[in-house]
Every structure is written in C-alpha cells, then in structure tokens.
Ligand binder design. Structure first.
Ligand code: AN7
Length: 354
C-alpha cells in the first residue's frame, strides 16, 4: 500500500530545494482537497473550485513551506527557529519544530491573533512572545534578532525554502484539473502566498506541464490594503486577523504576480468577508477562517463588476481552517436555543409540537 507521505517524499520533491540526504521533517502536509463549489459556480456562471488548505496538518497552507524550512534548518544543525506571525505561521513553525526536536520562538501581536492559533503554538511547546504592536513590528524585531542570534528565520520573507514549498499548491491544482485555471483568487497579507502561487504556475508552464497561466486575483481587507493603495498602512485594521498586515514583506513579489499574470489586487470589506465566511460554510460545508473567505468575497465582487466571462475555471485558495478562530463564529449572530431535557420542550423549541 502506498499512501501520501507529505510533500518532500512525493513526486514534487524535484521542485523542492531539499538536500538528498536530509530526512524529511513532515506531518504529511499537502494533497489537500479541491472541491467544486456548486453555489459559487451557479452564482458566477463559471466552474469554481475551492482548494481547502485548512485540511493541512496544522490547519493552514503554511505547512507547505514549513516542512521545507524546518527540514533544511534541522539538516544544517541549528537548534532554534524563529518567526513573526499573525498566527498560522507560528502554529506551523511550532509543530514542525516539535517534530524535529528544535526550539521554536514565535513573536505575535498581543491580542490580535485568533485563539486557536495561540492554543496550537502553546501546546506544540513554542516559546511565545506577545508583543505590544502590529505584525509588522513583530517581523522587524524577528529579523533583527535572527541577524544576531543562531536561530533560523522561518518567515517567508526572502526565504526561498518557504516559497518553494508553497508553490506546490499550484502543482496540485494543475495536476487535479488537468490544466491551469483561468483565474486564481486568494487572500493577501504579507504577500508570500500570492508570490508562491504565481511562481508555481510559472514553473509548470515553463516545463510544458501546463499550456496556459491563470490571472492572479489577490484580495486584501479594506482596512489593511497597502498593496491596493500602493503605500504601507501604519495601523491596519480588520477582523480577519490573519491578513492584518500594513507593510507586506514580499511587496514586489505580490505586485509582480498581479502584473505579470494580468491580474489584480483589490480590497474587500469585512462585511463582504464575513458574508463569504458564512456562505462557504453553510453552502459548501467548508469551515474556513475569516481571512480565507477574502478570496470568495473578492470573486463575487469582481463578478458583480463584470470582470468574469461565463464558463471560466476559477480556483479559490481557502487558506486556513475555521476552527482556528472559534470566536469569530460564536460571536457572529449565534443565539442558542435552550430548553429543559424534556422531549416535548425540545419539540416545542423546534416548532415541531403540532
Ligand atoms: C489564513 O501566519 O502571515 O500573503 O504570520 O494565515 O502569504 O501573508 C498568515 C497569512 C492568508 C496571507 N490566509 O498570506 C502568518 C501569516 C491565512 C493566513 C494569509 C495568511 P500571505
């Protein structure tokens, strides 16, 4: 029986800058579901597919890059890895470091990360520093620390290892569809994932494994949309905390993905994000975290603006799992139906008593 063993021990290894002798540090990430969305396909008159990255081992796409970064860090003999994070990178770094027997140090903006992500980092045994400031402050301090201490920086900024791992999402999509989509929608925070996703499609096209390239449509939250405005945002705000980034580190890569693909980077409001967050769970049965819903919100907005052509194939990255941020769900209009334990009371509460 052969089963999926993660990205490094897969046919994608040839794309990954991992030394032949390095044992894989893996949690069997990758090979995530690509699901057709009936309701988004009907709403847009297109073929819309959801790439469910929340199905990765720590619940986000970050695992694709982290398996590579930590495998190489462990092979080169460092003892610690360090990262700044809006949450998902810290959970992923902590998990892969635990698997490799390394120390993980994570810097997060205090009070601004979803509690599920913090809970993960705690349990995987990371050393957590909650910093008074934004993600951008965390990244600045992390880079300064990594320059002077023997800890491997595992943020995607300038980290070819992380980006190479994250490119695998595009390989999986082309392999599953038998072609590249016409449009790929995804949320954008620090700019790493849009850069990697575009790079993956480019690699496949260069080798003749895909005949076409998609347009990349990236979406930022309206209160944290520096790439849309063309200038950093000092105090980014959005309830989609994963993409609350004011000064994306991979700025040039994100702009190149937009321009070279003939795509766009636009803003979506928190209201649009939360509408999409509810709909994808309720209509498709996929619980994605709020930031992940930005790609859906964006697709619907661009459809309304007339920028889709009927029959196009669209893939949307759902970057993280809804369980990461249970508060977002619990505080979004849920009102419990409470009764005694008598069947008649329950029936009455449900309106089934007649
Ligand atoms: C669910 O964890 O930056 O544009 O520190 O967690 O590559 O930053 C997370 C980013 C989208 C944006 N969706 O990707 C971090 C972090 C989710 C995310 C993004 C993130 P980038």
């Amino acid at each position: 029986m052969s089963s999926w063993q993660g990205l490094i021990d897969s046919p994608y290894r040839r794309w990954l800058p991992v030394p032949d002798t390095a044992p894989a540090v893996s949690l069997h990430e990758g090979a995530t579901p690509l699901l057709r969305s009936a309701h988004l396909s009907a709403a847009t008159d297109c073929e819309v597919w959801l790439k469910v990255e929340g199905a990765n081992p720590t619940g986000s796409f970050k695992d694709r890059g982290m398996t590579i970064a930590v495998t190489v860090a462990a092979a080169t003999g460092v003892r610690s890895v360090i990262c700044a994070s809006t949450g998902n990178t810290s959970a992923s770094a902590a998990a892969y470091a635990a698997r490799a027997g390394l120390e993980a140090v994570v810097l997060v903006p205090r009070g601004r990360i979803a509690l599920g992500k913090l809970a993960q980092a705690i349990r995987y045994g990371a050393r957590i520093v909650e910093l008074e400031g934004t993600f951008d402050d965390c990244l600045r301090v992390t880079r300064e620390l990594a320059a002077h201490h023997p800890a491997a920086l595992v943020n995607s900024v300038g980290n070819e290892l992380r980006l190479a791992g994250q490119r695998t999402v595009s390989y999986e999509i082309v392999d599953a569809l038998g072609r590249a989509p016409d449009i790929h929608c995804l949320p954008v925070g620090n700019g790493g994932n849009i850069t990697a996703t575009w790079g993956g499609y480019q690699n496949y096209a260069k080798e003749g494994l895909a005949a076409t390239l998609p347009r990349i449509w990236g979406f930022q939250a309206a209160g944290a949309a520096p790439l849309v405005h063309g200038t950093p945002v000092p105090n980014p705000t959005t309830r989609a905390t994963a993409i609350r980034v004011g000064h994306p580190a991979t700025w040039d890569g994100a702009i190149a993905a937009r321009d070279d693909s003939g795509g766009l980077i636009a803003a979506v409001t928190d209201e649009e994000i939360f509408d999409a967050y509810r709909a994808v769970a309720h209509r498709d049965g996929v619980f994605a975290e709020p930031a992940s819903a930005a790609g859906i919100a964006g697709l619907l907005r661009e459809h309304a603006a007339g920028r889709l052509t009927a029959g196009q194939t669209v893939v949307i990255t759902l970057s993280g799992n809804g369980l990461k941020d249970t508060e977002a769900s619990l505080h979004d209009g849920y009102e419990p139906t409470e009764t005694s334990a008598a069947t008649s009371d329950v029936a009455r509460a449900l309106g089934w008593d007649s």
